[in-house]
Design a protein around this ligand. Structure first.
Ligand SMILES: Cc1cc2nc3c(=O)[nH]c(=O)nc-3n(C[C@H](O)[C@H](O)[C@H](O)COP(=O)(O)O)c2cc1C
Length: 442
């Protein structure tokens, strides 16, 4: 029996997840605002047959300046808008998929259906939407609100939002356009469907003014771990982007999401779990550890504390070498992350300083430090034990994190028969090995 192959994504946000990476001596300080940086990285990822590029997103500067002086010490304040950036990258690449994040809290479904529908046409069926609910007050302030919507309302709105978007994407059958110049008929009227959605949060008539996607519909991705988040994933999504740091927890999450698929008329293979992975790789283990140590030194204590604030409140009055207090779940932006950080701190007996250094490097994602073979071992184990179907690589800094992965880890994955050497299909859906969804009118 052939071995299970893994899926690989490359997350490019801010040109790296490390909050202090802009201080790294080998990096241009303003790489995250330069189109050229993303293009170069996208080309290397495509040459190496990555399934997809991924851009997380927030619609505002989401940190507040607590503790004072933290905001101006982080580069994670300026970036390029994902759909705009991917539209440009789509014209310079041929095979690689592109997953852009967009919020269901601060958008209208018609806008999202139209923009992603268009990017899918432009890219020839290589686009996807990472569905998020947003979590910060700062975003609310940019959209006419004094306060962020509460957690339950956000998810309720998200569930209806996704129903509307997928409904709009079914507006046209794929063979609707007959383009008969002689009879003067452009499309077959029986193959256009009007949604007429009326719900609690949205009234959307439709139809959508973009034709059906070359891959049936754009790939749908979901990242939230709550009950409703998992339900949305089971109903609609092709990928779950998971932040999991230990294998047992990942296995539980994997089976929790997959067990919901059957009741939605889907099978286990219809949804891929891709775990965020930050590899720190060297020729030897010592070299990898040394790279990690250098990266730790780039974490400014004020920036470190500002990261913890999202989950624990302001800890600047506490001894940084003392224990981590319980998270402030009521006010935490992402509850699942807050819980995970606390569990990690308790399990490994980390001080406040040690915890923020850890999070500043890769945020909530799994970090593996070692040789190419060590990283490949970990990846294989997660795939084999149903903790993951693939990985979204979340490098500390780019292009170095990608180049190291390509140089040290990828040859190991090839040798072990775990990752492709050529793209199999034309669209992102085909390359992911996923079936085209049927239209709701079929
Ligand atoms: C791995 C992961 C990635 C996420 N990426 C984003 C993002 O790019 N933008 C965003 O606004 N929210 C993002 N979120 C937040 C979710 O949309 C959602 O608000 C949050 O997960 C809610 O908490 P829950 O995980 O407890 O359900 C992410 C969450 C996770 C777990």
């Amino acid at each position: 029996m052939s071995k299970k192959q893994m899926k690989l994504g490359l997350s490019m946000r801010y040109m790296g997840y490390h909050l202090g990476a802009w201080r790294h001596p080998d990096l241009p300080v303003d790489g995250a605002s330069q189109f050229r940086s993303y293009l170069d990285v996208a080309k290397v990822a495509e040459e190496n047959k990555f399934d997809l590029l991924f851009l997380a997103d927030g619609i505002g500067i989401r940190y507040d300046d607590v503790p004072k002086g933290s905001l101006c010490r982080s580069s994670h304040n300026v970036e390029l808008e994902p759909l705009t950036l991917f539209s440009a990258l789509a014209s310079r690449t041929q095979h690689i998929g592109m997953i852009a994040t967009a919020s269901t809290t601060y958008n209208e479904p018609y806008h999202i259906a139209r923009k992603y529908g268009s990017l899918d046409q432009i890219s020839g069926g290589r686009c996807g939407w990472n569905i998020v609910t947003s979590w910060s007050e700062q975003e609310a302030w940019n959209f006419n609100r004094a306060k962020h919507l509460d957690y339950d309302t956000r998810y309720e709105r998200a569930a209806e939002f996704v129903d509307v978007v997928t409904g709009l994407w079914d507006s046209w059958d794929s063979d609707a356009f007959i383009h008969n110049k002689a009879s003067s008929v452009f499309y077959d009227e029986s193959k256009l469907h009007v949604l007429n959605h009326v719900g609690k949060h949205f009234s959307v008539r439709g139809p959508l003014s973009v034709r059906r996607s070359p891959q049936g519909r754009p790939i749908l991705v979901q990242a939230g771990t709550s009950e409703v988040g998992q339900q949305i994933a089971a109903r609609h999504c092709d990928i779950v982007f998971a932040a999991q740091q230990n294998m047992k927890g990942a296995q539980n999450y994997y089976s929790s999401v997959k067990s919901r698929l059957e009741s939605c008329g889907r099978s286990e293979d219809d949804l891929l779990m891709m775990v965020g992975l930050t590899p720190i790789v060297g020729r030897t283990r010592e070299e990898a550890q040394e790279k990690y140590r250098q990266l730790e030194e780039l974490v400014d204590p004020l920036v470190g504390l500002s990261i913890l604030k999202r989950s624990f409140g302001d800890l600047s009055h506490l001894d940084l070498d003392g224990p981590v207090p319980a998270p402030d779940l009521e006010n935490a932006g992402i509850r699942s992350s807050a819980n995970m950080y606390y569990e990690t701190a308790r399990r490994e007996n980390l001080s406040i300083r040690q915890l923020y250094k850890r999070i500043a490097m890769a945020q909530e994602h799994l970090t593996v430090i070692g040789t190419g073979s060590d990283v490949a071992d970990a990846m294989e184990e997660w795939i084999e034990t149903k903790a993951a179907d693939g990985f979204n690589i979340t490098p500390t800094h780019l292009p170095h994190g990608l180049n190291d992965f390509v140089q040290y880890v990828l040859p190991e994955l090839h040798r072990r028969g775990r990752f492709r050497k050529e793209y199999e299909g034309q669209t992102l859906r085909q390359n992911l090995g996923l079936r085209e969804p049927q239209s709701m009118y079929a």
